[in-house]
Design a protein around this ligand. Structure first.
Ligand code: 3HC
Length: 287
């Protein structure tokens, strides 16, 4: 059984808020940090909105919602993570930002046995591990969006990760967070994105070339292959900026044209058409 009860989550965007929500609902004491007080408040609002949705849909009682909220602390002070036994980093997919954060976490977290996990989608876990003085305690834990719904977590040991850290990370994902795990290699894209991203980019190229409309591509994959959502709707859910960052990391690693971000994706990100979170992507949304 896992001995971990104090979890830290760094970053409270789409993924971080989902991880924090699931952890609090399952009884963990969770401290969530963001880079500013405004972002910490926005993260808290995101978690509350999701818990409220759970209550509205009859999945949670008001008491369960309140108990989960009472287990959550939101702060912009990284120092408040000092007593955490397990920290999951879920900040934007930016290598320099993550490297800097891992250097800071290494200094802030007191327990030398604490595990530092990254939710990166594509940045080598070993790069983040060696930025710390505890590379054997750093591991990848890659969640899927929406975190409260998707069952999978990829566990990614770096070359430096100890067997004990892998065991503890698997236990956190399964016993504490109630997810299923697969072990994935520390190569950009791991298992799922290595297969998913070329497919998503191919759908963008199909739109870009005028070969098919987003509605037809999505309907085709939803009804033809029983995917819960077609590739363009899924891109809007993931966030086009995230999809671009993942594709770029994978392209940088493999120089494989299938991973190259198409110009349309780059232009949409430049225009701020990031998908659901910005109110517009391949489709319009009520923001
Ligand atoms: N939080 C909590 N629950 C949610 C939720 C959320 N954000 N979104 C949906 N749900 C729940 C609903 O409450 C509902 O539960 P119920 O059936 O028990 O009432 C169930 O999920 C279905 O939701 P909806 O009826 O609102 O909508 P859909 O049936 O269209 O499902 C979806 C929405 C769950 C997003 C589904 O379309 C889906 O699974 N899509 C594919 C998502 C996917 O592939 N994710 C992986 C992305 S890749 C990734 O994250 C990796 C990264 O590195 C890029």
């Amino acid at each position: 059984m896992s001995d971990i009860s104090r979890l830290g989550v760094v970053g409270c965007g789409l993924m971080g808020s989902g991880i924090a929500e699931v952890a609090a609902l399952r009884g963990l004491d969770v401290t969530v940090t963001e880079s500013s007080a405004e972002l910490a408040a926005a993260g808290r609002d995101r978690v509350i909105a999701s818990l409220e949705r759970g209550v509205r849909r009859g999945k949670l009682t008001e008491t369960e919602r309140d108990q989960a909220l009472a287990r959550l602390t939101f702060t912009h002070d990284l120092g408040e993570l000092a007593d955490r036994q397990f920290v999951i980093e879920a900040v934007a997919e930016n290598r320099d930002v993550k490297l800097d954060l891992f250097r800071q976490l290494d200094k802030v977290i007191v327990d030398p046995e604490a595990v530092l996990a990254t939710n990166t989608s594509s940045i080598p876990v070993v790069d983040l591990a060696v930025a710390t003085g505890r590379s054997s305690h750093v591991v990848g834990l890659h969640f899927f969006n929406p975190v409260p719904v998707q069952k999978l977590v990829e566990v990614i040991p770096a070359l430096t990760t100890s067997a004990d850290t892998v065991t503890r990370a698997r236990a956190v994902a399964t016993e504490l967070l109630g997810k299923e795990v697969v072990q994935a290699p520390d190569r950009s894209g791991f298992v799922v994105n290595a297969l998913l991203v070329p497919y998503l980019l191919a759908a963008i190229r199909m739109v870009e070339s005028g070969a098919a409309r987003p509605e037809d591509i999505d309907r085709g994959m939803e009804l033809g292959c029983a995917h819960p959502m077609g590739p363009l709707r899924l891109l809007d859910l993931i966030g086009l900026d995230t999809a671009q960052a993942v594709a770029e990391s994978m392209y940088e690693e493999f120089k494989e044209p299938l991973y190259a971000a198409p110009p349309l994706l780059q232009r949409m990100v430049a225009a701020g058409h990031l998908g659901r979170k910005s109110g517009r992507g391949f489709y319009p949304y009520d923001s």
